[in-house]
Design a protein around this ligand. Structure first.
Ligand code: NDP
Length: 444
């Protein structure tokens, strides 16, 4: 049995009931075969793969809080500090009822390679809780965030582990968590990113993941003598990533015709009205059913369905495994030419394989959505310097980073004989740097 297969088998055996984690490990290790084969003796001797699939530390804790009726609620909190070979642990906090250890491990594992791809000194980590922010009052959200941070603050710090937002954790939640950290620790430091602009946040962080997604797509198209101008684009999600992906896609001349949330989706053949979408989601925190009130010509449908719409470019920006084989077939039959992942692992493994074999350009999340964490790292730099950079400065650095990410993954794919396969390119390019650092730092 090959070294890669041995490690995959061991991961499945030692981490039962964690299908998303197995999926992420399999996807990464499978595509590392070319580099592992070349270095098998050294990697085996150092148990490099066994070490990289095992988190350095995983923390699980109780989060008790009191709801508006005076009832005590108890949630579970997690922080997986996965790999610090190239910098402090960095990765978001997900608040969603589906959160469990396996989900946080899958996200943390992916984060190692994504963070490495940005070229910035950040290690991999992820955290979260099964708390559901939907329908909670502001006071309940604050009570949860304060309790969550009361425990988490023992394990994080500006030079050790710097969490950020993710699904369910936006500026409001980061604010409450930051306030509690500062109160307990008594230090004003860049321990979280995604902070508000008046207390250490970075301009352009809100936009970064969505904008970065479009910058990398734009660069890839340029390298293939194409452009975003006039392209029909289908987006899933209506959260932070989706909204700013739509904004930049429109600015670059594309026409985005869909958005979705966990209840349904909208099709607006005239192009999504971004101001309406922002008001519904960012200001009023409502469901997408409201969109029709702003745009009577649009259609609202319950459930999922954006992938049935004919398009040139598809951008999954909601959640994991939201684009399956059937969806991929519909997209390809309808003539899609680019699929780029704004979300983490939104495409199932069989759908990814189908897409790669169908000649469609496929940009995996760890490259395509790395603009968010890259800008978080820029926020850390600004906090360390105690300076604020202008929007233009951060945005232009973000653009430069995404252009570099594209060329890194393209070069790595070519170097190992898989030209155009950006899944292999991204995994190898992200892994190589971490592997060199781990080897140099000895058996730790
Ligand atoms: P948000 O919470 O802001 O938005 C998530 C969107 O996806 C919402 O529209 C939500 O609908 C929808 N959604 C969530 N879960 C499901 C589900 N199970 N089924 C269908 N729709 C769902 O999160 P973000 O935009 O920040 O994150 C989206 C994705 O991007 C995630 O995979 C995240 O890990 C990834 N990502 C985010 C980064 C960031 O900077 N924010 C950076 C890199 C990756 P509803 O409102 O109804 O729940």
């Amino acid at each position: 049995m090959s070294y890669v297969d041995e490690v995959i088998e061991r991961v499945i055996k030692e981490n039962p009931n964690e299908p998303e984690f197995h999926q992420a490990v399999r996807e990464v290790l499978d595509s590392l075969r070319p580099i592992v084969d070349k270095n098998e003796e050294a990697y085996r001797r150092d148990a490099l793969l066994e070490r990289i699939v095992n988190p350095e530390r995983q923390i699980k804790f109780r989060v008790p809080w009191v709801d508006d009726k005076g009832q005590v609620q108890v949630n579970t909190g997690y922080r997986v500090q996965y790999n610090s070979a190239i910098g402090p642990y960095k990765g978001g906090i997900r608040l969603h009822p589906s959160v469990n250890l396996g989900i946080i491990k899958f996200l943390g594992f992916e984060q190692i390679f994504k963070n490495s791809l940005t070229g910035l000194p950040i290690g991999g980590g992820k955290g979260g809780s099964d708390f559901d922010p939907k329908g909670k009052s502001d006071r309940e959200i604050m009570a949860f965030c304060q309790s969550f941070m009361t425990e988490l603050c023992k394990y994080i710090g500006a030079d050790t582990d710097v969490p950020a937002g993710d699904i369910g954790t936006g500026a409001r939640e980061i604010g409450y968590m930051y306030g509690q950290y500062k109160r307990i620790k008594g230090v004003f430091e860049g321990v979280l990113t995604g902070k508000g602009l008046t207390y250490g946040g970075s301009l352009a962080r809100t936009q970064a993941t969505g904008y970065g997604l479009l910058y990398i797509v734009d660069e890839m198209l340029k390298c293939h003598n194409d452009t975003l101008v006039g392209k029909t684009i289908v987006v899933s999600g209506a959260g932070n990533v989706a909204i700013y992906a739509i904004e930049k896609a429109q600015q670059l001349g594309g026409k985005v015709v869909t958005a979705s949330d966990s209840t349904g989706w909208v099709y607006d053949p005239d192009g999504i009205d971004l101001a309406a979408l922002k008001e519904i989601k960012e200001v009023k925190r409502q469901r997408l059913t409201e969109y029709k009130n702003y745009r009577p010509n649009s259609e609202y449908h319950d459930g999922k369905g954006v992938w049935s719409i004919k398009c040139d470019i598809a951008l999954p920006c909601a959640t994991q495994n939201e684009l399956n084989l059937e969806d991929a077939k519909m997209l390809v039959n309808n003539g899609v030419s680019v699929i780029a992942e704004g979300a983490n692992m939104p495409t199932t493994a069989d759908a990814t394989e189908f897409i790669l074999n169908s000649g469609v350009y496929f940009l995996p999340g760890k490259a395509a959505n790395s603009g968010g964490v890259a800008t978080s790292a820029l926020e850390m730099s600004q906090n360390s310097e105690r300076l604020h950079w202008s929007f233009e400065e951060v945005d232009s650095k973000l653009k430069g980073i995404m252009v570099n990410v594209y060329h890194n993954i393209d070069d790595a794919a070519k170097k190992y004989g898989y030209e155009g396969n950006y899944v292999i390119g991204a995994n190898i390019a992200g892994f190589e740097k971490v592997a060199i650092a781990m080897t140099a730092q000895g058996i730790v």
